[in-house]
Design a protein. Sequence first.
Length: 198
Amino acid sequence: MSIAVVVALGSVPGPSSAWPRAGGGGAHARDDLALCRSTRDVPPPLIRRAIVRLAETGECAATDALARIVEDPRRDALTRALAALAIGEIGCHDQGHRERPGLRLSTVETLEQATRASRPAALRQAAVRALGRASAADATDTLGALRTSDRDPVVQFLAAQALTRITGEDHFDTAFRDDLIARYVENASTYEIREVAP
């Protein structure tokens, strides 16, 4: 058996395995995008399903609507975190092409704001993961600060992982690893540890 660490506020799927590309979205993508853009009260399960489908199709036009979900404090933390992960997976840049990952500066800024200490842990972790997934080079200063001084060791780890992906340099030096392990042990009561089948 192996051990899995599950974040107390809810673990969100890792984008590299959770978002298979389904190709063009067509009518479903338009419906999902309209649902995400909606300002009326839509039940969280419907919004979440639409977010996942938009990420699966790589619908570049969805990043603005998803960013508004990330910013909306009336939405629950899981929905906001899922929207952040979807943005990272879509990774559209200014021209909307898929040749290389990247995000518009306004979307990077939205994700950076979502990493603030006052935000829910699941959202903060998802935003950091999204910045790394989308190789958001504009966020390296924010990620560097999170790596060295964030209070959440999971955010620190994800920031180091994101920086490694973006810069191509190893951000897991021995001192960082030792500090991260010590902080994790210190904060272990905030995490649920359970056994999972291999």
